[in-house]
Design a protein around this ligand. Structure first.
Ligand code: HEC
Length: 190
């Protein structure tokens, strides 16, 4: 064996356990960003509904959530977004291939009896333009979301009118509490 080959073998052997450790570390780091982000959105949603009624809570999903996700993305040097298989805003909410696969797996895991709040997934993937750590945590639909994401009769005429005006191609209705509305996705360049 040439020295070069021996070196490659040694590198491959030493890299394997390190990668497993890194995956766990990246996962912890992502969770530490995503969990408070999701908690704050729930709080903002409740606060807005209490203070100004349901229609005023539109700004939480429309402005506060994307704004916070942008700030977090810039601050941490990774892309943090909310995505879904049935989007209201296709520009921000459309899932890429990995996100679609992961959201579909979440549906299968939910059907098998896993708790929706505990659904998360992490993976290191090679993409055409580089290597990335990918992470997703499920966004579970709560009672406080049905006024805008629930079934027809749960949406007031006012909310329906606003949604029809802003999002004529809206797909993000018809949900019941406990269902998966989407996921918070983290894409971190390695
Ligand atoms: C007052 C209405 C309203 C309420 C209540 C509401 N949303 Fe939304 N939601 C919206 C709007 C409007 C958008 C589109 C935002 C945009 O333009 O990017 C949206 C978008 C989203 C998205 C991004 C994906 C997509 O479909 O575009 C997620 C995820 C989401 N909402 C989850 C929730 C969850 C979870 C709750 C409950 C905690 C909730 N929403 C409560 C109005 C609402």
């Amino acid at each position: 064996m040439s020295n070069k080959i021996i070196l490659y073998v040694l590198l491959a052997l030493s890299a394997a356990p390190a990668l497993a450790d890194d995956l766990g570390k990246y996962e912890d780091e992502s969770r530490a960003i995503v969990t408070p982000f999701m908690q704050q959105l729930m709080t903002e949603n409740k606060k807005a509904i209490m203070e100004g009624g349901v229609e005023s809570a539109i700004k939480v999903c429309k402005e506060i959530a994307p704004g916070m996700a942008n700030d977090l993305s810039r601050r941490h040097g990774m892309k943090i977004t909310r995505v879904s298989l049935k989007v209201r805003n296709p520009l921000l909410g459309t899932a890429d291939e990995w996100e679609q696969k992961t959201l579909k797996q979440f549906e299968v895991r939910l059907a098998r009896g896993e708790k929706p709040e505990a659904l998360e997934s992490a993976e290191i993937v090679n993409e055409p333009n580089g290597r990335y750590f990918r992470y997703m945590k499920a966004i579970v639909l709560q009672q406080g979301c049905v006024a805008c994401h629930g079934t027809g009769e749960q949406l007031s005429d006012g909310v329906k009118a606003r949604l029809a005006e802003y999002y004529p191609y809206d797909q993000a209705t018809g949900y019941t509490p406990g269902q998966i509305r989407g996921g918070v996705s983290v894409k971190r360049p390695l």
